[in-house]
Design a protein around this ligand. Sequence first.
Ligand code: SF4
Ligand code: SF4
Length: 363
Amino acid sequence: METETGLQEPAAEPEGRPPGPGRAPFRVARTWRRMRRIAGGVRLIARGLADTAHPLLAQIVPIRRCNIDCAYCNEYDKVSPPVPADVMTRRLDRLAELRTEAVSFTGGEPLLHPALPRLIAHVRARRMTAAVITNGYLLSRARIRELNDAGLEYLQISLDNVNPDDVSKKSLRLLDRKLEWLAGDAMFDVHINTVVGAGTRRAEDALEISRRARALGFSTSVGIIHDGQGQLKPLSAGERQIYEQVRAIGTHGAWLFKNLYSGLVKFESNLIEGRPNTWRCRAGARYLYVCEDGLVHYCSQQRGTPGIPLADYTRADIERAYRTPKGCAPFCTIGCVHRVSIMDFWRDPQAEPAGPANRADRR
Ligand code: SF4
Ligand code: SF4
């Protein structure tokens, strides 16, 4: 039986129909969906190159509550209710009006939201790409089918260690059966992210996690843990070595394109060596973070800036944020913002723009 935390080890015999790879119609449908995702990626790049004044990615929080409690995390609580579905729908509509390309549900733990499949379907109906970032505990084979039916395109799970400890329970041992279900049944792309640092006890766990993920056919990436402002926490020499090995797993063959930024620009290598990166953070423009209160922030680690309600966020706000340099950029480790910002690395230098930048200034 499933509890809200999902913390028990999964049953040996999963419920439901047999794994997907044995069924020809399933394989055809999965291939079709993969081709559709590739076409969507090409479209995103083309539109992103043609116009800078729309978001490429919005991460939105449908619920702040989380079913587990990672010691390093500042992005969850234990009490918040789900954002009502009709409120979420209006926010998704606003993102569509801003011509957002992709919407990723994050948290907290988004699978705790009872209407998540409906929200995903709404994102797809508004012709945006739909993604979910989850700790994976609440996945079952029935829920994977629900996500398939809703039209989910990307799912990311972050794993911190092989065995749970007092820092993190995002552990391969507890989640491995669920990864197998995903490998068999998911029609969407599954991506496994692991981190080095994070106060995790065994940096080499990242290597084992990445090898297992690749064996199951998933793409992988590795990040460096950041502090409460999105800034680097230095790695030890041993952690650096593991980091390079794990990154090599995720940056060759078919995975090279997906990890283009970390593979070519190596911004994290600079950070590991203590060198700042010179880049233009386009948070607030190409990337939006929308919290449970419906406010737009630069990112999860810069909450409060600009803190403008999404309903009032306009193309002018996007253009302003696009041209605003971020003082936290040189040592920032927020990988998703680095990736979306690469679209414009070659154009439009940033300088402090005139005009109100945050909610207080607009009153
Ligand atoms: S699972 Fe994610 S949201 Fe929940 S405590 Fe861990 S890092 Fe935070
Ligand atoms: S540089 Fe950008 S993504 Fe990084 S912490 Fe600052 S605002 Fe957030």
